[in-house]
Design a protein. Structure first.
Length: 277
């Protein structure tokens, strides 16, 4: 992960709309990078105790929108189901230099432009490892986003991990299916490996610990190593050994992991398109 830049130089108000798990993770990341709490306004009807505690550090919690003025950035982290109700009132805080950053799954740039006419808008898809600063976010901007606005959006998104930019918004459905939903696939691998260990005779607690630490450790090795996944896999695999025997099953052309994951990602892409309307 590229080191995120310090945010202490941001002078304009940042407005976070929605402080659930992802919104709160982003907020914690910003404050950890030196953002002045007094520069932040949080709109959250049901704030957690942690968010309430941040209000004691100077964060504006649920101020009147017309009192905030034009924001430097508005980050929308509400559930997409409430977007039609929650987004249009934000227009009161959109000024000529405001960049609107949405992390709402399935909500397109066209939706943002319709709800907030003339807004410089960025659509982004983070994933849940953002909660520990190890997420990855993919973002796409509309034509109104200036280089300075894109830089600000990048700095805010980078507070929770790596950031990649694309120019074709149509790719966001595949991004959602691979990295947005991807952590669930990895967690399922840990679950399945646990059950396989139990079936092979391991006590449940030991099987669970072996699976958890193996998945976590392998992920960290992949993160730190300059080697690609194929080389790392080959390095673990001795010809004719136990790993090779298992991989013969997992890499079977018709029934192995590749075709199964391809079907899973395709299903997620299809659902993402349906949710986008």
């Amino acid at each position: 992960m590229t080191a995120a830049s310090n945010l202490s130089d941001i002078a304009k108000t940042l407005v976070l709309v929605g402080a659930g798990k992802m919104g709160s993770a982003m907020l914690q990341g910003w404050l950890g990078l030196g953002l002045n709490p007094k520069q932040v306004a949080v709109i959250e009807p049901q704030p957690s105790d942690d968010v309430k505690a941040m209000a004691g550090r100077g964060i504006q919690l649920n101020p009147r929108l017309d009192q905030v003025g034009h924001a430097g950035a508005i980050i929308i982290a509400v559930k997409p189901q409430v977007a039609a109700e929650a987004v249009p009132p934000l227009a009161a805080m959109v000024g000529p230099s405001t960049v609107v950053v949405s992390i709402m799954a399935g909500k397109t740039l066209a939706f943002l432009e319709g709800a907030l006419p003339k807004a410089a808008a960025v659509r982004a898809m983070p994933n849940t490892p953002a909660a520990i600063g190890r997420g990855i976010t993919v973002a796409v901007a509309n034509a109104r986003v200036s280089p300075a606005q894109r830089d600000l959006a990048h700095r805010l998104l980078a507070a929770t991990g790596a950031v990649e930019w694309i120019t074709d918004e149509k790719l966001m459905d595949a991004v959602t299916a691979v990295s947005g939903s991807g952590p669930a696939y990895v967690f399922l691998l840990a679950e399945s490996l646990t059950q396989a260990g139990i079936a092979a005779g391991l006590p449940p607690e030991l099987a669970a610990k072996l699976a958890r630490e193996t998945v976590a450790g392998s992920g960290e090795l992949l993160h730190r190593s300059p080697l690609d996944p194929t080389t790392l896999r080959q390095n673990v695999t001795s010809p004719g050994g136990t790993t090779a025997a298992a991989l013969d099953v997992l890499m079977a052309a018709a029934s192995g992991l590749d075709p199964l994951l391809a079907k899973a990602v395709a299903a997620a892409v299809k659902r993402s398109r349906e949710l986008a309307g």
